[in-house]
Design a binder for this molecule. Sequence first.
Ligand code: FAD
Length: 439
Amino acid sequence: MSQATLPRDDKCNGWYQLLDAPAPARRLNSSESADWLVIGAGFTGLAAARRVAELRPHDRVVLLEALRVGQGASGRNTGFVIDLPHKRDLEGDDLAHKQKVLSLNRAAVDDLETLVRRHRIDCGWSRAGKYQGAVGERGLQYLDHYETLLKEFDYPYRRLARDELAPILGTRHYAGAIYTANTALMQPAALVRGLGETLPGNVELYEHTPVVTLARSAGQWCATTPEGEVRATRLLLGSNIYAREFGFLKHRMLPVMTFASMTCALNDEEMALFSTAPHHFGLTPADHAGTTVRLTPDRRLIIRNQYRFVPRYHDDLAERTRIRKGHRDSFEARYPSLAHVPFEATWGGACGLSRNYTAFFGRVGDAAWMSGVHQSVGAARGTISGKLLAELATGEDSDQLADMLAISGRPAINPPEPFLSLGVKARMKQAAWASRSEM
Ligand SMILES: Cc1cc2nc3c(=O)[nH]c(=O)nc-3n(C[C@H](O)[C@H](O)[C@H](O)COP(=O)(O)OP(=O)(O)OC[C@H]3O[C@@H](n4cnc5c(N)ncnc54)[C@H](O)[C@@H]3O)c2cc1C
C-alpha cells in the first residue's frame, strides 16, 4: 500500500486571503468507525456528504479534507456556476443529452442558491449570467458556432457588439459576445467554507486531515491519516484528481492546473470605466484556450488563463512568474488605463481533465463510488454529481439520477509515459499559440 501524494496549500489563493481567519481546524487524532467515509471537501465531497447525511439521518458520516475547506480547487476557481453544457457536452447532435446536462446543471445552480439563501452564506452570490467573449476573428468564429449550438436547443441568448459591450466590460477589447442569463457568480472560497460550516449534524468534518493510505479489508474501508484512522462501511470519493493516488481512474485522468490573478479593489475613478449596471460581470472566452475575466461586486478584476500539465499536482515558482506576466499582458491589453493597478494575488489550482472530455460518475470498487474529472466546470457538475453519488450509493431512485447515469461515460485511457507528458504538453502549447489573439 503506497503513501499518497497529498494536496498542499501554496498560500496564494486570492479568494481565501480575502476571508476572515477560520476557527481552528478540527483534526482527526483518534481511531473512528463510520457508516460512510467521504474523502475531499470540495464541491463534490461536500454535496455527497450533505446528501448522504440527509438520506441516512441515523448514519455516521465522516468527511476528511487534507487542507482547510476553500484552499483546494473548489475555493480557487473563477466563481462561475454555469448551467450550460460545456465543450463535448454541447457539441454533437444529441439534443436529449444536452437537455439532460442542462437540467442537471440548472438543478446544481438552484441547489446552491437554496443553500446560500437558507444559511445566509456571504459569498457574493448573484445570478449575473455570463458573457462568452470574442476578441478577434478566431473568437468570432467560435462565437458563431456557439450561437448555432444555442439556437439548436432553443436556449435564449443575446448577442452584443463591441459598442454595446464597452460600457459593461469597461473595455473596447471585445469584438462581440453572447450573453446568457442563468449562470450564477460567487466568491468560491466563501461559498465552500459556508457549505462546510452548514453540513447536517451527522457529518463530522475533519480538516488538515489528509488520507495517507486507503485500504479495504474485512469488508471495510480503512483510511489512515497522520494522527488517526477511520474504518467505514462505504466510501465516497470527492478527491477528484487526487483519487489517482489511491489507484482510482489512475490512467484516465489528466492532472492540469489553470491560473488566476486578482487586482486590488478599484477606486471610484477607475470604476468609471464600467458605466452600465450592475458594475460586476463574468466573461468566459469564446475560444476555450482564451481568457476568463471577472469584475467582482467588491470591484476587483480577475484574469484567468493558461494551463500546465502537472503530474505531481503543482507547478514551480519560476513558472508562476511567467504565468503572472501572461496575466499582466492580458490585463493591460484589456485595460490599458488601469496599467497602474497591481495584482494582489496570483494562484493556480489542480483540476482533472480527460482526453475525451468525459467526466466520471459511478462505482469504482466494492462499496466505493466516485465522481470527478469535471473538465474545469466542477462548480455545477461537482455539486449535482456529488448529491447524486449519495443517491446512487444509498440505492435511491430519481429522474435526476437516471439522467446523470445516462450522460456519464468513461474517461479515455491515457497513453504511457513519456508519450503522455510529451503529447499533453505539445497539445497545450499548440492551443496556446493558436489562441494567442484571444488571450
Ligand atoms: C483557476 C481556476 C478557475 C476555475 N474556474 C471555474 C469556474 O469558474 N467554474 C467552474 O465550474 N469550475 C472552475 N474551475 C474548476 C473547478 O474548480 C473544479 O472543477 C472543481 O473544484 C472540482 O471540484 P471537486 O470537488 O470535484 O474537486 P476539488 O475542488 O479538487 O476538491 C477535492 C478535495 O479533495 C481534497 N483531497 C485530495 N486528496 C485528499 C486526501 N488524500 N485526503 C483528504 N483530502 C484530499 C483536496 O484538498 C480538495 O479540497 C476552475 C479551476 C481553477 C483552478
